[in-house]
Design a protein around this ligand. Sequence first.
Ligand SMILES: [Zn+2]
Ligand SMILES: [Zn+2]
Length: 288
Amino acid sequence: MLFGAHESIAGGVFNAIERGKKATCDTIQIFNKSNNQWRAKKLEAQEIDVFFKAIEETAVTVAVSHTSYLINIASPEKALNEKSYKSLKEEMERCEILKIPNLVMHPGSHVGSGEEVGMNKIAENINRMFDEMKNNSVTLLLETTAGQGTNLGYSFEQLAYMIDRIENGDKVGVCLDTCHIFAAGYAIVKPAEYEATMKSFDDIVGLDRLRIIHANDSLKEFGSKRDRHEHIGKGFIGKKGFANFVNDKRLKDVPMIIETPKGEDLAEDIENLKVLRRLVKPTGAKRA
Ligand SMILES: [Zn+2]
Ligand SMILES: [Zn+2]
């Protein structure tokens, strides 16, 4: 199993690779532009070059890029929706340039327009996008959400609803965030509950759609609908919950990325990844 963290691109995209190495990551997630502004600085040939070189030298790969928090392709507001659409498209292009195979986004918020209307708008925008960028090979991942506010994607049924309406189904996958599904009311701590949740995911969405796991513990209790990440083992999911994920053979090809709080020296990333890796039981050992 590959373990990694979200790493900052401050100072250039290549810096994320060095940070990933320092944090003991096998693979990382990055923003491909500043995540809290619309404008994207052009990726210069030199920066791209250094980025690829850093990957080669460190063997740290970039499994996924995360979209800007401003994007909401479910927005009922025309101008914001169009701006979001263009921005998403630009991020898909940047991933293609940087050879990042996956781009993950929170599906969107309906902001009072209704869940179905919002989900239809998301599918419509994604269809338009794939139609306009036929040569783009990046897989777009819809992330499971905690169900805060009017956020869509808090149930497996909602993810399936959107995916069913996307014509280029093979270009869409899912990112499962452990903190988000726990907050949304999917039990994952006891092995039997975990099995039931994964079975439900497989039945409704399909495990073959699962491309990335965001491994975050939850600062808020089960079903809280609150999205607050905690260090691995320190929250309500706990080591028990994460042991289910890291020992699930069906997930052996799905990178696990932490998005937990940290300081400049990345000591927390190193510790959280250590905790996750230690939960892996030696092969041959029976699951508890
Ligand atoms: Zn996440
Ligand atoms: Zn979150």
